[in-house]
Design a protein around this ligand. Sequence first.
Ligand code: SAM
Length: 216
Amino acid sequence: MLDLGCGTAEWLLRALATHPELHAEGVDTSEESVTQARRSADLLGVGERLVVHRQEAADFVSDQPFDLVLSVGATHAFGGLLPTLAAAREHLAPGGRVLLGESFWDRAPSPEAVEIFGELHDLATTVDLVVADGWAPVHAHVSTREELDAYEWSCLGSLASWALDHPADPDAAEVLRTATTRRAEWLRGYRDSFGFLTLVLRPVSGRGSRGRSVLA
Ligand SMILES: C[S@@+](CC[C@H](N)C(=O)[O-])C[C@H]1O[C@@H](n2cnc3c(N)ncnc32)[C@H](O)[C@@H]1O
């Protein structure tokens, strides 16, 4: 597995923990995330099967292709949805799958939401673009309102808790302010319009798999 924009490698860690034969690589620019991913892998006892590269995802090259290429919530690292799929295609082994996580507008966004996320498509258009690019969705999950709420409360609650647990830290006040600002942006700005789609994709054209036809 290869995860482009892996963050703390949560997807890879869960897969490694449940599939002992699996080897995985992750790529991310965040020093903190990469360090935490390696630490978590060691704690889980899967560290020998995970390599995490701290670098630009678009610059990552590998001698070997991957059976599964993931990129979840990181299409901005490549400049958008289609460039992300092009990069994933380059890394994909024959018969492989891509797992792509992408934001979309579930309803017409407010100007504030567009300011935060930039131009997104609606769900149908997002899938149309993927299909037109030569991919077949073979499985998908649209995050529910409950899942998206849980994600935001968890993320913002972690920030607030950290600030309250570290009152002497010079960053504490700023972290608490950030949690408050981000919570208002979410509740007032994009909670009603933001959606998140996770697709499992197979290439339908011979452009995948490093030049080898997947239809042969
Ligand atoms: C929303 S997080 C998603 C993390 C992970 N995929 C997950 O699902 O938990 C986006 C990640 O993309 C990373 N990122 C942003 N720009 C990047 C780039 N140019 N190259 C590699 N990683 C990048 C960030 O550091 C962050 O960890």
